[in-house]
Ligand binder design. Structure first.
Ligand code: ZN
Length: 245
């Protein structure tokens, strides 16, 4: 099976449409969605509809989905994140908020050999930035492939005895995953990349062949920024899209 991997869309419909167009050209069998459909961006309802229409084989919620659905207070959010969560809550219909609230907590298992989570398998809100952060998840892994999001930075980590790939800020391209040992993979963020490259990030993984494609796609950043400003959302949320920050 070839899976489309999408994470951290953050209500950026322009980025999501560009990613889906690119992915349709390449081809995949089913989609996996790793959470944070909404928050920050100006098109939360459009993104929820588009993701539902994909009928993902597995989907998990992100921390912004929880807060924007009203399941959790924005205690750990900075001002811009909190303001956008409040705007999102007010903008979505009751039905759309309910849809968000029903997104399952990770991890979710796929085919018995892949699991997806938002932050880490043992804590959906945990940030895996470094090898040190990753080692706990690798040690706890029960399946060969663990896919995560949340940091908005593409990264691949694998066990120390299989040094082929552990590289934070991996360049786009096709990568052969280690045959042995668990690999922990983040394909980056569709709607708010933070690795200095403003293009939308996503991946396609061939589970049987253990090949991962990390893709970057140009999209209409100016339109996404215009919609953020028109919605009255914090200016920084528009600015950062142009910088990939
Ligand atoms: Zn996120």
């Amino acid at each position: 099976m070839r899976y489309l991997l999408i994470s951290d869309i953050h209500a950026n419909l322009q980025a999501l449409e560009a990613v889906l167009e690119d992915a349709a050209r390449i081809g995949y069998d089913a989609a996996l969605c790793l959470g944070d459909l909404v928050g920050y961006g100006a098109d939360p309802a459009g993104v929820i509809q588009r993701i539902d229409a994909l009928r993902p084989a597995a989907i998990v919620r992100g921390n912004h989905d929880k807060v924007c659905a009203g399941l959790e207070p924005p205690t750990l959010f900075n001002d811009a994140a909190r303001q956008s969560a409040e705007w999102t809550f007010a903008t979505l219909s009751a039905g759309e908020r309910e849809r968000l609230a029903r997104l399952p907590k990770g991890p979710a298992s796929v085919e018995g050999s892949v699991e997806i989570c938002h932050g880490a398998p043992f804590d959906e809100d945990y940030y895996v930035f470094t090898e040190n952060d990753a080692s706990r998840a690798i040690d706890a892994a029960t399946v060969p492939l663990c896919l995560f999001g949340h940091t908005h930075v593409p990264a691949i980590f694998s066990s120390a005895d299989d040094p082929v790939v552990h590289d934070n800020g991996t360049p786009a391209g096709e990568l052969r995953l280690p045959r042995a040992g668990p690999a922990l993979i983040n394909v980056g963020s569709v709607g708010q990349p933070r690795d200095g490259d403003p293009r939308a990030a996503y991946g396609i993984v061939d589970v049987a062949k253990r090949v991962l494609q990390l893709r970057r796609v140009d999209y209409d950043v100016k339109e996404a920024q215009r919609r953020i400003r028109a919605a009255g959302l914090p200016e920084w949320l528009a600015v950062r899209l142009g910088r990939g920050q």
